[in-house]
Design a protein around this ligand. Structure first.
Ligand code: ADP
Ligand code: ASP
Ligand code: MG
Length: 467
């Protein structure tokens, strides 16, 4: 069971989390709990690290001081006197260590990826200790496990790759015996360590990934991702308030959605679960009665072509126009080698005889990449782009889908279009400022008469009833 930042954002949320876990235990199920840092804490820690890196020691320590108060206050609200007496000093020790680290970064005047990982790791280290103490107090036999002892990764700081065989071994050695003894292990998501024991992280949103690694590694009966919405929705409810809950979605569809920007699940989450056919559920910790979304190996039949619409912002389009013999042998390789050298992932590609357009995450290395590409072609870079992606297993069997998609966004300027790579997504690039409008138009066009077997329409009935 993984609980995201909003599910542990304060004492009240942690209390709800305890109630949900109790519900599972009362049904005779064993649970291993993975928690994120308290909501927004990771952002603040990153800001503190960045401030220290630019020699703003006072700024960094001020952020840390605010976080220290928040954690201390939450522990006071959450725990009885006996546990406060134990947990408060533990929190202070962590923050003392964090402050030392921030001072060190400021003194050196340089923030490395390795140190950055160490700074952000404090969020999950703290939240997991507090939740474990809360579970202990509430009769759930909570026991804290430092995730860094079992989530073994490579040394790619900031986005480390888990070593699944080593993780499985550690889980069997350190976590399984606790479960067998009737305990509820609580560990932080997102963080791990490499073979030398140096702290690493799995990338933003990585707590989902931890849950999948733990669930996959121990062949759990199910993986539950508890968050702040009723499940996977037909689009981000923040963009489109009338988004509907998708009752079931296939692994492939969910993976595609996550990769193309649906923040509700980390892109890599699904894999360890698929490989072992473990069902994954996305559930709402603020509305635990809701059925959520079940992610299943095989897709269910659905009358609508799409299950959900995702959008990913902060992308850049790079147009590469070769002046000489273009699509000659080896040319694409030369282009992709440059991206490979800078470890820059490409989202979308489209080619013509003389040009290639690519979309990539906007990042600081783009000027260097473009300079290097400039040796073999004319290069143009355009930022502030976004990718909109419609996902559904049923695109295959339907005619005229593209016409409906492009008809719905006929008022928006499309820069690149792609369909077919996976046969379950159709995507295009537009200006960032057009995203909300495009997503709402598409949602209106495709979910006006949803298939009730796949989508929960009761929310819509309530809205209609009110009107
Ligand atoms: P957590 O802290 O629990 O990991 P996240 O903020 O990472 O939560 O993910 C949940 C958020 O994902 C929701 O609040 C919602 O705004 C966003 N989201 C984006 N796309 C979707 C979608 N298709 N369905 C549900 N939520 C989505
Ligand atoms: N706390 C980390 C983040 O905000 C990991 C997570 O919440 O999944 O990215
Ligand atoms: Mg998340």
């Amino acid at each position: 069971m993984k609980f995201g930042g909003t599910s542990v954002e304060d004492a009240v949320a942690m209390e709800r989390t305890a109630a949900i876990v109790r519900g599972r235990r009362e049904r005779g199920l064993d649970a291993i709990v993975v928690v994120s840092a308290m909501a927004k804490v990771t952002d603040h820690l990153l800001a503190a690290a960045a401030a220290a890196g630019r020699d703003d020691k006072a700024g960094a320590l001020a952020i840390s001081a605010r976080l220290r108060h928040r954690h201390i206050d939450t522990a006071s609200d959450l725990l009885d006197a006996e546990r406060v007496e134990r947990v408060h000093p533990a929190i202070h020790r962590e923050f003392d260590a964090l402050d030392d680290l921030l001072r060190g970064i400021a003194a050196v005047g340089e923030l490395t990826a390795r140190t950055n990982d160490l700074v952000v790791s404090f969020g999950e280290r703290l939240s997991s200790q507090m939740v474990a103490a809360a579970f202990e107090q509430r009769g759930l036999n909570g026991v804290h496990v430092d995730a860094r002892t079992c989530i073994i990764t490579d040394s790619h700081y900031g986005k480390a790759a888990p070593q699944e065989a080593a993780i499985e071994e550690k889980l069997r050695e350190l976590v399984l015996p606790l479960v067998v003894a009737g305990k509820t292990p609580v560990m932080g998501g997102f963080i791990g360590s490499n073979a030398e024991g140096i702290t690493t992280t799995l990338g933003r949103g990585g707590s989902d990934y931890t849950a999948a690694l733990v669930g996959g590694g121990l062949h759990a009966g199910a993986i539950e991702i508890w968050t702040d919405v009723n499940g996977i929705m037909t689009t981000d409810p923040r963009i489109c308030p009338d988004a509907l809950r998708v009752k079931t979605i296939s692994f492939e569809e969910a993976a595609e959605l996550a990769y193309f920007g649906a923040k509700v699940l980390h892109p890599a989450t699904i894999l360890p679960a698929v490989q072992k056919s473990i069902p994954v559920w996305v559930l709402n910790s603020r509305n635990a009665e809701n059925e959520g979304t079940k992610i299943t190996a095989t897709p269910v039949k659905c009358a609508s072509p799409f299950k959900s619409i995702a959008a990913k912002k902060r992308l850049t389009i790079i147009d590469i126009v070769a002046s000489r013999m273009l699509m000659s042998h080896g040319y694409l390789k030369a282009v992709f080698d440059v991206f490979d050298k800078y470890k820059c992932a490409i989202d979308m590609v489209s080619t013509s005889e003389v040009s290639i357009s690519l979309s990539v995450d906007s990042n600081q290395r783009l000027p260097e990449i473009c300079e290097e590409l400039g040796k073999i072609a004319d290069v143009k870079m355009e930022g502030n782009k976004a990718l909109v992606c419609l996902v559904g297993e049923d695109i295959r069997g339907h005619n005229g889908i593209a016409g409906r998609v492009f008809g719905a966004v006929s008022h928006v300027n499309l820069r690149m279009i792609s369909q077919g790579a996976s046969e379950i997504n159709m995507s295009f690039m537009i200006d960032e400022e057009d995203v909300e409008e495009a997503v709402r138009s598409l949602h209106q066009a495709f979910f006006v008469d949803p298939d009730e077997n796949v989508f929960d329409v009761t929310a819509r009935v309530q809205v209609a009833g009110k009107a």
